[in-house]
Design a binder for this molecule. Sequence first.
Ligand SMILES: Nc1nc2c(ncn2[C@@H]2O[C@H](COP(=O)(O)OP(=O)(O)OP(=O)(O)O)[C@@H](O)[C@H]2O)c(=O)[nH]1
Ligand SMILES: [Mg+2]
Length: 209
Amino acid sequence: MKKKPTLLIIGNSNVGKSSITRLLLPNPRKFKGKTGKQPGSTLLIKPITLPQMTYDIMDLPGFGYMKSSSRRREEHIKKQLVVHIEKHHDDYFFGLVIINILRIEDELKKYHFKSQITIPLTFELIKFLKEYNIPLLVILNKIDKISIFDKKKIISLFINSAKDYGLNLIHVNEKIDNDRSKTFYLEFSALKKINLDKLKRTINTHLTK
Ligand SMILES: Nc1nc2c(ncn2[C@@H]2O[C@H](COP(=O)(O)OP(=O)(O)OP(=O)(O)O)[C@@H](O)[C@H]2O)c(=O)[nH]1
Ligand SMILES: [Mg+2]
């Protein structure tokens, strides 16, 4: 049987990767994969493949913010992910980089504004995936948890900081061409299903190409 194209879902621990994966499945209630309060719920690198679906989904283990695990295990997971992408990047037709919108300010303060040397992990990850030419959508998840005012403030901070690392972030609604130099983002809530239709449509656009 011919292998189906795979959707990549990647990001820090506890950002909502498995919750989003579940929303993309035809029958979410049957999905046995764990979502949880405890970061590190997903540990296996194995795609979800269903006969009813036109693509497979790889819900990768999260990295960072793992209170429950040791640093060594964290490093191990990160290395595993890098090796996985190096080896399997060709399988992926599209990638979702999931970010918890509530964590953006902290990450930028720590690794961007306070230090010239460090690069925020989120930007490093986007750049890494772009090197392999995987088309990406950055998902700013958990917007149900903040006010519209804060949402606007954080998103513009995010876009402006990204520019310093050569990343040109554009809202997916403003997409007019397939300029590979741009990276698209979408604000999202897995809990309230905000922008779920938009997400599904965007994935399908990439599938038919
Ligand atoms: N309020 C809110 N909570 C969310 C949202 N998406 C996910 N969550 C919650 O966040 C927690 C983590 O969600 P998961 O989907 O397990 O996160 P994950 O990225 O798969 O985590 P790991 O597998 O540990 O890397 C769960 O308690 C979810 O219910 C959202 O959009 N809004
Ligand atoms: Mg998970």
